[in-house]
Design a protein around this ligand. Structure first.
Ligand SMILES: [Zn+2]
Length: 122
């Protein structure tokens, strides 16, 4: 049996490294994509700020309406019940959205770079 040359060993090591990179990518890419999606979804789900009442259906500010008003002037739905009115102005959690987008972009960049490096090895 012939002893493999240094070039053959290097090619074998590069091939195994590429296989390992692909295996890691198959686990990490979906995981990071899920994390980034959760960050973005949480950020877009938003929160409420302030004490003014808003229509639960269309988020119209109903705080300045005359007493006894029963319908939202914007969407014409009932604003009588406690479930029809939400306290506070809806706001997006921008930082969460930005971090999710940055995470997603970094992952895509890593995938592109890894693809380029692996193609050069092959
Ligand atoms: Zn409304």
């Amino acid at each position: 049996m012939a002893t493999p040359s240094a070039g053959q060993l290097l090619t074998l090591a590069a091939s195994e490294a590429a296989e390992l990179s692909v295996m890691i990518a198959l686990v990490l890419v979906p995981l990071v994509a899920c994390l980034a999606s959760v960050l973005i979804a949480y950020g877009l789900s938003g929160t409420r700020r302030g004490e003014r009442p808003h229509c639960a259906h269309c988020h119209y500010d109903v705080g300045g309406l005359p007493a006894g008003t029963q319908r939202c002037p914007e969407c014409h739905r009932s604003i009588i019940g406690p479930q029809d009115v939400l306290i506070g102005e809806p706001v997006t959690r921008r930082r969460w959205v930005v971090w999710g987008a940055v995470t997603m972009a970094a992952m895509l960049l890593a995938v592109i770079l890894a693809t380029v490096v692996i193609r050069r090895w092959m």
